[in-house]
Every structure is written in structure tokens, then in C-alpha cells.
Ligand binder design. Structure first.
Ligand code: CU
Length: 101
């Protein structure tokens, strides 16, 4: 059996898996501004734009964070890109990056 016979289907399969895992990882595609940080409680308040995966319009609200380390390096007033999801019924930030000024 020539290797070219299975290399192409394999490549297609791997590409499919890569895009599926990218969806799972949730690229931080929502934008917001940090208005309050509560490290002890693992919460932050964001004035955010639309969050497509949650079907949420722009607003200011409190989010839990999956990991308090997400709050390190961000300060009130910072603009951020983030991904949020509903975890156990609570709106939760699952990834957060400071937007370059
Ligand atoms: Cu909201």
C-alpha cells in the first residue's frame, strides 16, 4: 500500500480535530473594560461588549473566574479580551488577556 493513499485522509482528520479543539479552547473574542477586581472572591466586574457564545448584549456585570491567576496582571481600567461561559449556572471568565494599548 502506497503511503500517499492514507496520508491525505489522515491530514484531513487531524485538521478537523484541530479546529474542534480550537472551539473548545474558546478564543477570547469578547471585549471589555475592567471596572472592579475582587481577587479574594475570584471575581471581576467587566463593562463588556456582546458575548456571542452566551447570546449576551453589551452590559456591565460581575463574572467569576475559573482561576484567580487570571486576575494577576490586570488592573481596574484595563481593556481586555476574554472568553466567558456559564459554569454551574454562574457566568465565568475562562480566559482573559490584556489588550495591547
Ligand atoms: Cu453580561
Amino acid at each position: 500500500m502506497k503511503s500517499s493513499m492514507w496520508m491525505k485522509p489522515l491530514a484531513t482528520l487531524l485538521a478537523g480535530l484541530a479546529s474542534a479543539s480550537a472551539l473548545w479552547a474558546q478564543a477570547p473574542d469578547a471585549e471589555g473594560e475592567v471596572t472592579r477586581i475582587d481577587k479574594a472572591a475570584g471575581k471581576l466586574t467587566l463593562r463588556h461588549g456582546a458575548i456571542r457564545n452566551l447570546d449576551m448584549p453589551p452590559m456591565t456585570m460581575v463574572f467569576r473566574v475559573t482561576d484567580a491567576r487570571l486576575l494577576e496582571g490586570v488592573a481596574v481600567g484595563d481593556r481586555v479580551r476574554f472568553a466567558a461561559d456559564k459554569v454551574g449556572g454562574t457566568y465565568t471568565v475562562v480566559s482573559l488577556v490584556k489588550t495591547a494599548p
